[in-house]
Design a protein around this ligand. Structure first.
Ligand SMILES: [Zn+2]
Length: 151
């Protein structure tokens, strides 16, 4: 994971955060009963990442990646929700402050939170799994568990 200064440079400064993302974040936070104290930025990241920057909770997302997840839905797709809730999960689970190097275990914790909350928001199991089915690697990597475990 890049350090704070390197992470800051990933933010695409000329691009305003998508207003729809703000609406989605508010909706998610309402379902958790949480003050929505996350700063969300479009950034040059592979899909989405959670960071602490200047003491604030930051979620960065790749705008093309989110656009593809949205297909042409007007409402946020379950896949988009799944990604954002997963990143929120990293923050709420305190993963920004864990240095045990066990990245796959942290990913499963964030996935578990995402699956749980999507269910509480009304998704079917199939809808909650959609993003993992398409995005997750089949085999375990140093950072992420295998798809079958994440599902
Ligand atoms: Zn993750």
């Amino acid at each position: 994971m890049p350090n704070e200064q390197a992470a800051k440079l990933l933010i695409i400064p000329q691009m305003l955060p998508d207003s729809q993302i703000d609406v989605v974040m508010k909706d998610i936070c309402e379902h958790i009963g949480l003050a929505c104290n996350f700063d969300v930025f479009p950034a040059r990241v592979p899909n989405a990442m959670a960071y602490m920057i200047d003491g604030k909770r930051v979620i960065m997302y790749n705008p093309q990646f989110i656009a593809e997840l949205q297909h042409d839905h007007e409402n946020p797709s379950w896949a988009t929700l799944s990604v954002l809730v997963h990143e929120i999960g990293h923050h709420l689970l305190g993963h920004m402050f864990v240095n045990d190097g066990n990245f796959p275990a942290r990913e499963l914790e964030a996935d578990r939170f995402s699956g749980f909350l999507l269910y509480r928001m009304g998704s079917t199991l199939n809808e909650a799994e959609e993003n993992i089915r398409t995005m997750a690697q089949e085999n375990e990597t140093p950072s992420h568990p295998a798809r079958s475990r994440r599902l």
